[in-house]
Design a protein around this ligand. Structure first.
Ligand code: HEM
Length: 413
């Protein structure tokens, strides 16, 4: 990611991306080159830049406020917090990138969760990509085709709705400032601004990537942070005291983003969660584009390279009491996840580093701050924090194997 970054900027063949991402023409699994560069740049400018992220502040605040309201109505009884967090995060991404939530949002969430399971690059057909027989007998191709047909229908609707609206009133309802990512991609398609024609399939591929990458990942962080805090009641108390003190004048109103930067401990909780539970523990696989030599090892061209960010984040040669959830370690530390501290790479590094960091952080911090501010939390059935099951699922983005059920009790009565 530093000395040999260019050579390792390629992605390997993954059957799920081939089928689901319209011949790998989105961003995540797209081959390194001009097409990938242009698509990544468009998303950076139209969705992920600091000013665009700031412009979605009211979207985040509304979605989080809806979450809080729905939790108030469940006060005192166990709620499936995981499901609520995932639904909220997908809602934020849908509204930021496509202007509104899709009618089929819950169905799309289900498809994405399934896709994330199948895209890890560890299924037999990805180990032996040239074997058509394996794709057939493993049932992968059939499963993926079915999933693809279902997601394509939803994506097609999103694109068509945008196209119709553009034809009637222009992009963004006649206000270019209000154009969303889909509007911009359609405009580029119409104007033919790129060196290659942008097809409908390309647009759908990018939407799907953004939807999956932008939601599943951030949601896992909120889910794991709440799990770790429940396991460590004194840390939970500390995080709650901080947010309740910083927003002491709110008196029950949803916590806004205005002073979120003052929550130093909460930011450390997020960093520590990303150390122990990086959303993509093995990042996204790379491929070596030419022969190279690293520390005496010959790595032939086309070798699939998997980076174990999870293990690096728990390596005792870099981290004191590596297995312990201890947000304090980040309080007075310069270590950051933006790709230059290689002992801590939850977002990867180099040319393929996650472009969504600036977008992701407020979508994690704001819900977390609100959950901590508004409610006291307990495990159902008198379960103690130390007994909370922390088993991980196996997928490209690792969420809890079993959903997190908690009992919220309103703090402001
Ligand atoms: C906690 C939140 C997130 C985490 C932990 C995360 C993590 C990652 C990781 C590990 C990679 C692979 C990096 C590599 O190969 O070195 C990646 C790539 C990517 N992420 Fe994220 N991500 C997050 C949020 C987001 C969001 C919010 C978006 C967009 C809305 C996004 C879009 C992407 C895209 C498009 C890529 C592919 C980049 C490329 O191949 O050029 N991510 N992310």
């Amino acid at each position: 990611m530093k000395t040999h970054d260019l050579i390792f900027s390629q992605r390997p063949y993954v059957l799920a991306a081939q089928i689901m991402a319209y011949n790998s023409t989105a961003i995540i699994f797209t081959p390194y080159g001009n097409y990938w560069r242009q698509m990544r740049k468009i998303c950076m400018m139209e969705l992920l830049s600091p000013s665009r992220v700031q412009s979605f502040r009211s979207v985040r605040e509304e979605e989080v406020s809806d979450l809080v309201e729905s939790l108030y109505t469940n006060a005192g009884s166990p709620v499936n917090l995981s499901q609520k967090i995932y639904s909220m995060t997908y809602g934020i991404t849908a509204r930021s990138a496509f202007g509104k939530k899709s009618k089929e949002q819950e169905e799309f969430i289900r498809i994405m969760a399934e896709l994330v399971k199948l895209s890890g690059g560890f299924c037999l057909s990805d180990m032996y990509p040239s074997s058509e027989l394996l794709k057939l007998i493993s049932g992968m191709r059939i499963k993926l085709n079915k999933l693809h047909r279902a997601s394509d229908k939803i994506l097609e609707n999103i694109v068509n709705e945008h196209r119709n609206k553009r034809n009637q009133t222009g992009g963004g309802g006649g206000n270019p400032q209000q154009e969303d990512l889909v509007d911009v991609l359609l405009k580029i398609q119409q104007q033919g601004d790129l060196e290659f024609p942008l097809t409908n399939d390309n647009i759908k591929a990018v939407i799907q990537d953004v939807f999956g990458a932008g939601s599943e990942t951030s949601a896992t962080v909120v889910e794991w942070a709440m799990s770790e805090l429940l396991k460590n009641p004194e840390l939970l108390k500390k995080a709650q005291s901080e947010v309740r003190q910083v927003f002491s004048d709110q008196k029950g109103v949803a916590v806004s983003e205005s002073r979120i930067h003052e929550l130093r401990f909460l930011k450390s909780v997020v960093k520590e969660t990303l150390r122990l539970h990086p959303s993509g523990p093995l990042l996204i696989p790379r491929e070596c584009s030419e022969d190279c030599r690293i520390k005496g090892y010959e790595i032939p061209a086309k070798t699939k390279v998997i980076i174990n960010a999870w293990a690096i984040g728990r390596d005792p040669s870099y981290w004191k009491e590596a297995e312990r959830f201890d947000p304090e370690r980040f309080m007075d530390s310069d270590i950051d996840f933006r790709g230059s501290n290689f002992e801590y790479i939850p977002f990867g590094g180099g040319r393929r580093i996650c472009p969504g960091i600036t977008y992701a952080l407020p979508s994690i911090e704001l819900p977390l701050a609100n959950l901590l501010y508004h409610f006291n939390w307990e495990l159902p059935g008198g379960l103690k924090g130390e007994d909370l099951d922390m088993t991980e699922s196996f997928a490209l983005a690792v969420r809890r194997k079993n959903d997190l059920y908690l009992i919220p009790t309103p703090f402001h009565v």
